[in-house]
Design a protein around this ligand. Structure first.
Ligand code: FES
Length: 165
Protein backbone atom coordinates (compact mmCIF):
# COMPACT_ATOMS: atom_id res chain seq x y z
CA UNK A 1 0.00 0.00 0.00
CA UNK A 2 1.42 3.34 -0.98
CA UNK A 3 1.53 6.29 1.32
CA UNK A 4 -1.10 7.96 -0.86
CA UNK A 5 -3.41 4.93 -0.61
CA UNK A 6 -2.92 4.79 3.15
CA UNK A 7 -3.83 8.47 3.49
CA UNK A 8 -6.95 8.00 1.38
CA UNK A 9 -7.97 5.02 3.48
CA UNK A 10 -7.36 6.94 6.73
CA UNK A 11 -9.43 9.82 5.39
CA UNK A 12 -12.21 7.41 4.48
CA UNK A 13 -12.18 5.94 7.98
CA UNK A 14 -12.26 9.40 9.56
CA UNK A 15 -15.24 10.37 7.39
CA UNK A 16 -17.04 7.17 8.32
CA UNK A 17 -16.33 7.66 12.02
CA UNK A 18 -17.60 11.23 11.79
CA UNK A 19 -20.81 10.05 10.14
CA UNK A 20 -21.32 7.39 12.82
CA UNK A 21 -20.81 9.99 15.55
CA UNK A 22 -23.22 12.42 13.88
CA UNK A 23 -25.75 9.65 13.45
CA UNK A 24 -25.41 8.60 17.10
CA UNK A 25 -25.82 12.20 18.17
CA UNK A 26 -28.98 12.54 16.08
CA UNK A 27 -30.37 9.35 17.57
CA UNK A 28 -29.55 10.55 21.07
CA UNK A 29 -31.17 13.93 20.45
CA UNK A 30 -34.17 12.28 18.85
CA UNK A 31 -34.49 9.91 21.80
CA UNK A 32 -34.23 12.82 24.21
CA UNK A 33 -36.89 14.66 22.25
CA UNK A 34 -39.20 11.67 22.39
CA UNK A 35 -38.64 11.37 26.14
CA UNK A 36 -39.38 15.07 26.59
CA UNK A 37 -42.57 14.79 24.56
CA UNK A 38 -43.61 11.75 26.60
CA UNK A 39 -43.00 13.73 29.80
CA UNK A 40 -45.11 16.61 28.52
CA UNK A 41 -47.90 14.25 27.50
CA UNK A 42 -47.74 12.54 30.88
CA UNK A 43 -47.96 15.91 32.61
CA UNK A 44 -51.02 16.73 30.54
CA UNK A 45 -52.63 13.40 31.33
CA UNK A 46 -55.70 12.62 33.30
CA UNK A 47 -54.48 14.14 36.51
CA UNK A 48 -54.43 10.80 38.25
CA UNK A 49 -51.97 10.23 41.02
CA UNK A 50 -50.90 12.58 43.76
CA UNK A 51 -54.18 11.97 45.48
CA UNK A 52 -55.93 13.66 42.61
CA UNK A 53 -59.66 13.79 42.40
CA UNK A 54 -61.04 14.59 39.02
CA UNK A 55 -64.45 15.46 40.29
CA UNK A 56 -64.80 18.56 38.22
CA UNK A 57 -67.80 19.58 40.28
CA UNK A 58 -66.20 22.50 42.08
CA UNK A 59 -67.25 25.70 40.43
CA UNK A 60 -66.38 28.14 43.14
CA UNK A 61 -64.09 31.04 42.50
CA UNK A 62 -60.75 31.32 44.21
CA UNK A 63 -61.25 33.45 47.30
CA UNK A 64 -60.72 37.06 46.46
CA UNK A 65 -61.02 36.56 42.76
CA UNK A 66 -62.97 38.94 40.66
CA UNK A 67 -64.22 38.84 37.16
CA UNK A 68 -62.89 41.37 34.75
CA UNK A 69 -61.15 41.53 31.46
CA UNK A 70 -59.33 38.28 30.89
CA UNK A 71 -56.57 37.41 28.52
CA UNK A 72 -57.52 35.11 25.69
CA UNK A 73 -58.87 31.71 26.64
CA UNK A 74 -58.79 29.60 29.76
CA UNK A 75 -55.50 28.10 30.92
CA UNK A 76 -57.13 24.87 32.05
CA UNK A 77 -60.28 23.54 33.60
CA UNK A 78 -60.58 22.96 37.31
CA UNK A 79 -61.11 19.25 36.63
CA UNK A 80 -57.68 19.04 34.98
CA UNK A 81 -55.88 20.19 38.12
CA UNK A 82 -55.58 17.44 40.72
CA UNK A 83 -56.49 18.33 44.30
CA UNK A 84 -53.28 18.42 46.33
CA UNK A 85 -51.24 18.58 43.12
CA UNK A 86 -51.09 20.49 39.92
CA UNK A 87 -50.17 20.71 36.28
CA UNK A 88 -47.88 22.78 34.13
CA UNK A 89 -49.37 24.98 31.45
CA UNK A 90 -46.83 26.88 29.41
CA UNK A 91 -44.79 29.01 31.77
CA UNK A 92 -47.12 28.38 34.71
CA UNK A 93 -47.60 25.65 37.25
CA UNK A 94 -51.26 25.60 38.30
CA UNK A 95 -52.07 23.93 41.60
CA UNK A 96 -55.16 23.10 43.63
CA UNK A 97 -53.91 22.70 47.21
CA UNK A 98 -57.44 22.06 48.48
CA UNK A 99 -60.67 21.43 46.63
CA UNK A 100 -61.71 24.57 44.75
CA UNK A 101 -58.69 26.68 45.76
CA UNK A 102 -56.51 27.31 42.73
CA UNK A 103 -53.17 29.07 42.58
CA UNK A 104 -50.59 29.52 39.88
CA UNK A 105 -46.88 30.17 40.01
CA UNK A 106 -44.32 31.08 37.42
CA UNK A 107 -42.40 27.98 36.42
CA UNK A 108 -39.23 30.03 36.40
CA UNK A 109 -37.10 28.65 39.21
CA UNK A 110 -35.69 31.44 41.39
CA UNK A 111 -32.29 29.77 41.28
CA UNK A 112 -31.35 29.94 37.59
CA UNK A 113 -34.74 30.41 35.94
CA UNK A 114 -35.10 26.91 34.57
CA UNK A 115 -38.67 25.56 34.48
CA UNK A 116 -39.96 23.67 37.49
CA UNK A 117 -41.96 20.46 37.08
CA UNK A 118 -45.58 19.74 37.93
CA UNK A 119 -45.94 18.86 41.62
CA UNK A 120 -45.59 15.36 43.01
CA UNK A 121 -46.72 14.49 46.51
CA UNK A 122 -47.44 18.12 47.26
CA UNK A 123 -43.99 19.31 46.24
CA UNK A 124 -42.95 21.27 43.16
CA UNK A 125 -39.41 20.35 42.16
CA UNK A 126 -36.96 22.01 39.85
CA UNK A 127 -35.32 19.15 37.97
CA UNK A 128 -32.15 21.09 37.31
CA UNK A 129 -30.71 21.42 40.82
CA UNK A 130 -33.52 19.96 42.91
CA UNK A 131 -34.92 23.06 44.56
CA UNK A 132 -38.26 22.18 46.12
CA UNK A 133 -41.32 24.34 46.75
CA UNK A 134 -44.65 23.89 48.55
CA UNK A 135 -47.80 23.48 46.49
CA UNK A 136 -49.80 25.51 49.03
CA UNK A 137 -47.96 28.80 48.62
CA UNK A 138 -44.93 28.23 46.37
CA UNK A 139 -42.55 28.83 49.24
CA UNK A 140 -39.09 27.29 49.22
CA UNK A 141 -38.60 23.99 51.03
CA UNK A 142 -35.01 23.26 50.09
CA UNK A 143 -32.38 23.52 47.39
CA UNK A 144 -30.16 26.21 45.98
CA UNK A 145 -33.06 28.58 45.29
CA UNK A 146 -33.16 31.16 48.06
CA UNK A 147 -36.77 32.26 47.57
CA UNK A 148 -40.08 30.72 46.63
CA UNK A 149 -41.88 30.70 43.32
CA UNK A 150 -43.57 33.86 42.07
CA UNK A 151 -47.34 33.67 42.32
CA UNK A 152 -49.38 34.58 39.26
CA UNK A 153 -52.98 35.54 39.97
CA UNK A 154 -55.61 33.38 38.37
CA UNK A 155 -59.35 33.24 38.64
CA UNK A 156 -61.78 30.36 38.37
CA UNK A 157 -65.20 30.81 36.85
CA UNK A 158 -67.51 28.13 35.54
CA UNK A 159 -64.78 25.54 36.12
CA UNK A 160 -62.33 27.39 33.89
CA UNK A 161 -59.05 28.84 35.11
CA UNK A 162 -57.87 32.05 33.55
CA UNK A 163 -55.07 34.49 34.23
CA UNK A 164 -56.27 37.46 36.25
CA UNK A 165 -56.12 40.80 34.51
S1 FES B 1 -32.48 26.25 38.28
FE1 FES B 1 -33.88 25.39 39.67
S2 FES B 1 -32.68 24.63 41.24
FE2 FES B 1 -31.27 25.51 39.88
Amino acid sequence: MTHQQKSAEDESHRALAGEVLRSSRRQLLCGTGVAAIAAVLAACGTGSGDGAKDGGDAKTNTPGSTSGSQPAGPLATLAEVPVGGGITVGDLVIVQPTQGVVKAYSRSCPHMHNPVDAPKDGVITCPFHQSKFKVEDGSRISGPATTGLTEVKVTVADGKITKAA
